[in-house]
Design a protein around this ligand. Structure first.
Ligand code: CTP
Length: 401
């Protein structure tokens, strides 16, 4: 199950070389269980054939204004009426001008006038065209009339120029679509999420760390941003790409994470500590690589600050503090002990002895324990679905003083 499951996504494709990339979007949305209807402008058909989109979506592709007239249906009305979300991509200067002025000369512009669902525009064109006054004025008009205009990316263009005008990549685009389809129950809320391991240097070549990949924390940041939160993700070393729509601050050590979290904590409505923080660090960091014959077989360690404990001690009224507990036995008792000791509102207990949950895996099976004695066992689901279930509890806890 994804945010796109069962949703009617209508994609208006226009005449730009970037139309071929939108074929990939349609394919991915279909795999994520969306029902994708494609409406093409005549110019779009010169770049990609309707057959391409029909093969990828498994559905009829609409192009002419009067498609379906013979059987009494009205594509331009039906598509607009039934859409859960309307996406115009790639949006050319021409379609932008037509949409801004309410024209109804093609199927895409007509559907836009009928649709009452969220409408998203993904411009793609030459750098100078995009920067031109008429295009910018038309985009302003569209924003004012409720469209979400997603700025194009910068880079080298098919026309040979370099600058702002490239169609955004799917990884970014999908977050705008997902946000438009998600309930905005964290709208404007400042959410701080920590993720990944921390790394404690022994010498320039070696460190102490743990098996955390960062997947759970990155999923939480993504899910919170989709629900409208203003998200700061503070991450230890992780190979994951920065989630779109999220501010990412990278740190390495537990002390760096401590300082970064503390700097954000006073303004945060929600803090979620999914990071696996190293409890200890070597007392001394050797300035040069220690040769193996000189390595001490016993290493002196000193304790790192417990960031979550410090947050719990000075938690402002109304702030929701969420911790994680990585346990391999006595899950509930250990979870309750940490919930109380660290003054948390919610704790997510991870069974790290299971191979399909916890560190590095794509799925998780979490036990949620809250400050009011509430308990919920989540089934084995993706980390993104787990993140949404955790955020559901956060929203519920915010509503109960
Ligand atoms: N945590 C933290 N700072 C630390 C250690 C842990 O903020 N120095 C946070 C983690 O981000 C997590 C929670 O505390 O949200 C629990 O982490 P866990 O390792 O399970 O617990 P510990 O308190 O370290 O206890 P123990 O290792 O004894 O199980």
């Amino acid at each position: 199950m994804t945010v796109f499951t069962g949703k009617n996504v209508v994609v208006g494709v226009c005449g730009s070389i970037a139309a071929f990339k939108v074929a990939g979007w349609v394919s991915t949305l279909t795999k994520m269980e969306a029902l994708v209807d494609v409406a093409m402008t005549p110019a779009a058909e010169r770049f990609v054939t309707p057959l391409t989109f029909a093969s990828l979506s498994g559905r009829k592709v609409y192009s002419a204004m009067f498609d379906g007239a013979a059987d009494g249906s009205m594509a331009h009305i039906d598509l607009g009426r039934e859409a859960d979300i309307f996406v115009v991509a790639p949006a050319t200067a021409d379609i932008i001008a037509k949409l801004a002025h309410g024209m109804a000369d093609t199927l895409v512009t007509t559907v836009a006038l009928v649709a009452r669902c969220p409408k998203l525009l993904f411009p793609a064109m030459n750098v100078q065209m995009f920067a031109s006054l008429p295009v910018q004025e038309n985009l302003k008009k569209l924003r004012e009339s409720g469209w979400t205009v997603v700025a194009p990316a910068s880079g080298s263009m098919a026309c040979g120029e370099v600058g702002k005008g490239r169609l955004v990549e799917w990884q970014d685009a999908q977050e705008y679509l997902a946000a438009a389809l998600s309930r905005q129950d964290l709208a404007g809320m400042r959410v701080v999420v920590t993720a990944g391991p921390t790394r404690e240097a022994i010498d320039p070549a070696r460190f102490l760390s743990n098996r955390s990949s960062g997947k759970m924390g990155y999923a939480l940041a993504t899910a919170a941003a989709r629900r409208g939160a203003v998200v700061m993700l503070i991450s230890g070393p992780s190979s994951l790409p920065a989630p779109p729509l999220v501010t990412l601050k990278r740190v390495e050590t537990a002390r760096e994470m401590h300082d970064a979290v503390m700097a954000e904590s006073a303004h945060a409505g929600v803090i979620i500590k999914a990071a696996a923080v190293s409890d200890y660090r070597p007392e001394n960091i050797a300035p040069h690589k220690v040769k193996k014959e000189n390595i001490e077989t016993e290493m002196r360690l000193v304790q790192n600050p417990d960031i979550l404990f410090a947050l719990g001690e000075k938690k402002p009224k109304g702030q929701i503090l969420v911790g994680f507990a990585a346990e391999s036995r006595n899950l509930e008792a250990e979870g309750r002990r940490k919930l109380t000791k660290k003054n948390l509102d919610l704790i997510c207990v991870n069974d790290i002895s299971a191979s399909d949950a916890g560190f590095e895996s794509e799925t998780n099976r979490i036990l949620l324990l809250d400050r009011d004695g509430g308990e919920e066992r989540l089934p084995l689901i993706s980390k993104l679905e787990t993140a949404d279930r955790i955020l559901d509890r956060v929203v519920a806890l915010r509503c109960t003083p």
